[in-house]
Design a protein around this ligand. Structure first.
Ligand code: CP
Length: 335
């Protein structure tokens, strides 16, 4: 495996193999198999889980890692082609990435969406520029429109909890004070569809996921036997749900228009997941979120602190699935 950029670029057998390896690594976490190997982590945006779990994972496998934060202690990286670099950025990825690749056996990159133009962000130009410049294996640590590490960890969490393959999965928009990227909802809706689940996207008017995202998820569902639909009817969505996955995202209907987006969002503060939401769900319905999460804004304390919340378990699985990815990339298996 030379690239881990999008779960949709992997076949079913590879995903199954990664999940099996991740569970084996969870049971038996320490080895020397990546001794002498180095992972370079490029974070253009903040992180807690992704940064810490990749560094921990490399150490547990006998390797090591370094972190570069362009523009925050390291030279800022330009990613566009043909620009006159007389602004903020001192270094182009066309040099920066191959340079780092000489110090590392694999690289990871986090590059959030700019949030100005939806079509541009969905095309992932920054991830594309870095992938084109990287001569070594590359991991997507959350890009403009995808977060495959999160999606794979969430898949493992669903398996660990014995959530049925064809169970009901509700991806619910939730209020947040700022418009957030589409990367997690995009990755998660497709993951759940690919797993064969009955997926409902619950969202207010104006927050329907982009057609391109829904089409990708629907196509995944058509192969797996799952289904994907969207609604703004909470009771209908929650009826019989096995899982509620909350996430805020930028309104596609007002993408890039900060004031219009704020006006749209202002009336939606009651889109905060509360225990009452689960009244018509299955009694053992789970609550999921990728973290970080704003308590009592996105979700009430009672849900996060209650038995249905599995958010910490999800974050724990980041470590195990990412170690499986690193082994596939650096452990000598050619897939
Ligand atoms: N879920 C996730 O990617 O967390 P971080 O932003 O802290 O890495």
């Amino acid at each position: 495996m030379n690239r881990f950029l999008d779960l949709e670029l992997l076949d079913d057998q590879t995903i199954a193999s990664l999940l099996t390896t991740a569970s084996a690594l969870q049971r038996d976490p320490i080895s020397d198999v990546l001794r002498g190997r180095v992972l370079g982590l490029v974070f253009m945006n903040p992180s807690v889980r992704t940064l810490a779990s990749f560094q921990s994972g490399m150490a547990q496998l006998g390797g090591s890692s370094f972190v570069v934060t362009p523009g925050q202690g390291s030279w800022g990286f330009e990613t566009q082609d043909g620009v006159v670099m007389d602004g903020t950025f001192a270094e182009h990825v066309k040099e920066g990435i191959p340079v780092l690749a000489q110090y590392a056996d694999a690289l990871g990159v986090r590059c959030f969406a700019e949030g100005k133009d939806l079509a541009t962000d969905l095309a992932e130009p920054v991830l594309g520029a870095i992938a084109a410049a990287s001569p070594v294996p590359l991991v997507n640590l959350e890009s403009e429109a995808n977060h495959p590490c999160q999606a794979l960890a969430d898949w493992k969490t669903l398996d660990d909890l014995d959530v049925p393959r064809d169970g009901k999965f509700v991806l619910s928009w939730a209020f947040h004070p700022r418009p957030l990227p589409l990367a997690v909802p995009t990755a998660v809706v497709t993951m759940a569809a690919r797993r064969g689940m009955d997926v409902t996207v619950l969202r207010p008017e104006g927050y329907g996921l982009p057609a391109q995202v829904m089409e990708t998820a629907a196509q995944a569902a058509s192969f797996s036997g799952g289904a994907v639909r969207e609604t703004d009817d909470r009771a209908e969505a929650m009826e019989g749900a096995h899982v509620v996955y909350a996430k805020s995202w930028h309104a596609p209907a007002a993408y890039g228009d900060v004031e219009a987006e704020a006006r749209l969002r202002e009336g939606l503060r009651d889109w905060r997941v509360a225990e009452e939401w689960f009244g018509v769900a299955r009694p053992d319905a789970r609550f999921m979120h990728c973290l970080p999460v704003r308590r009592n804004v996105v979700v009430a304390d009672a849900v996060l602190d209650g038995a249905r919340s599995v958010v910490v378990q999800q974050a724990g699985n980041r470590l195990h699935v990412q170690k499986a990815v690193l082994l596939e990339m650096l452990g000598g298996r050619d897939t």
